[in-house]
Design a protein around this ligand. Structure first.
Ligand SMILES: [Zn+2]
Length: 391
């Protein structure tokens, strides 16, 4: 354990950025954990520390590498979510392109982003793959633990090894999360939400998730330490093994909106159409569809009021694996009004009139998510990718 000097060969990296690292055998998987991207979420930081110490103290044999990267150092120190801007909403290509511009006007989070960016670059350069990126979070209200992923088949395969609900398609509703950016380079990237911010259970669940990830990526053997079964059971949500959900609705807060979620909603609780969910500026907000309530906002900060989920059928899950394997998307391009994006090998440009006939579901089935409407055209971006150089 301890800090690895090789990781800091860029001057931009603050040594306290790395909580610790394990250098196991040279070849093999590399796990990269992000903890504290939100400064008020300490559970992941504590859990990572415990895991690093246990591996060292119990001499657990380790194949590959583990690096724990701290997120918003400034906010962690102050115990706040962020200072100026949410560090998990600024990982957009246009921001990355200007990251290196020397400017004294960078805000607190942009400075953090610059360091994290170089940290990732160095880890990818000095470690061997396959890479598994894990981002540890907690939520403002109590929840069973869950995983969020971009819908690529490699993400799905790895996340199916954990017995917690998996939520797909968050990239269509959130702009600029760190993991969506990392996914664009083809790496596996899982977000883990352990539970409520200040609940001691959230530390235990985060620890259980890390051990489970280390075993499932084959960095450690499941029998290499005595209480592994205990941790595995801790994450076992009986009704949620291999249950996938898709986000179908998000309620976004406008500036200065006086939003109050009705009390008592549990994450993943069923709701029905027209059910009252919140009050906004004195007006009742009701559910537009039947579904499952997700991430109801019970804290001061944040722009996302609540989400509504649909459970994905296992038929759809299998059909999408088949469709992507046989590359039906090549046929999509033969449809008038659908063409390849000349600027991106993973992009499709779609005439909105055609898109009206081709349901969004078809694009989702083939792995195209994140529609962007630009210059009168719809852009769809594919989540399944080959590994490419991080830049
Ligand atoms: Zn968070």
């Amino acid at each position: 354990m301890g800090n690895d000097k090789n990781l800091f060969n860029s001057e931009s990296i603050n040594p306290s950025r790395m909580l610790g690292a394990i250098k196991g055998s040279k070849n093999g998987p590399s796990i990269v954990i992000f903890a504290g991207i939100h400064g008020n979420e300490m559970a992941g930081v504590k859990a990572s520390k415990i895991v690093l110490e246990k591996i060292k103290n119990q001499n657990i044999s380790f194949k590959g590498n583990l690096n724990v990267v701290l997120g918003n150092l400034n906010a962690l120190k102050k115990g706040i979510r962020y200072e100026h801007i949410d560090l998990n909403r600024i990982w957009k290509q246009e921001n990355i392109n200007t990251l290196n511009n020397i400017s004294s006007t960078k805000n607190a989070e942009e400075k953090e982003q610059l360091e994290i960016y170089y940290c990732i670059k160095n880890i990818l350069k000095t470690n061997s793959g396959p890479f598994y990126f894990l981002d540890l979070h907690t939520t403002s209200s109590p929840t069973i633990p869950f995983i969020t992923i971009s819908d690529s088949l490699n993400n799905r395969k790895f996340s199916s090894k954990f017995s917690v609900p998996i939520v797909l398609g968050i990239e269509e509703y959130l702009d600029g999360p760190l993991l969506t950016y990392i996914n664009e380079f083809g790496h596996i990237a899982l977000g883990f939400e352990a539970g409520e911010h200040y609940d001691i259970e959230s530390v235990k669940k985060s620890e259980a998730f890390i051990w489970s990830a280390l075993v499932n990526s084959k960095c450690i053997l499941r029998n290499s330490f005595s209480d592994y079964d205990k941790y595995e059971n801790m994450l076992s949500e009986i009704n949620f093994k291999n249950v996938y959900f898709e986000i179908v609705f998000k309620y976004t807060l406008t500036e200065n909106e006086n939003f109050k979620m009705h009390k008592g909603f549990n994450n993943f609780e069923s709701i029905s159409k027209d059910q009252g969910l919140a009050v906004s500026d004195g007006r009742d907000l009701t559910a537009s569809i039947d579904g499952i309530i997700f991430m109801p906002l019970y804290q001061e900060l944040g722009d996302d009021g609540y989400f509504i989920l649909n459970k994905i059928s296992s038929f759809w899950l299998y059909a999408s694996i088949l469709a992507r394997r046989v590359k039906i998307n090549h046929f999509l391009r033969l449809i008038p009004g659908v063409r390849m994006d000349p600027n991106s090998r993973y992009g499709l440009i779609v005439n909105p009139k055609i898109a009206r006939f081709l349901a969004k579901d078809i694009f989702h089935l083939l792995g195209y998510r994140k529609q962007i409407f630009k210059n009168g055209k719809l852009y769809f971006i594919k989540r399944d990718r080959k590994i490419s150089t991080f830049e």
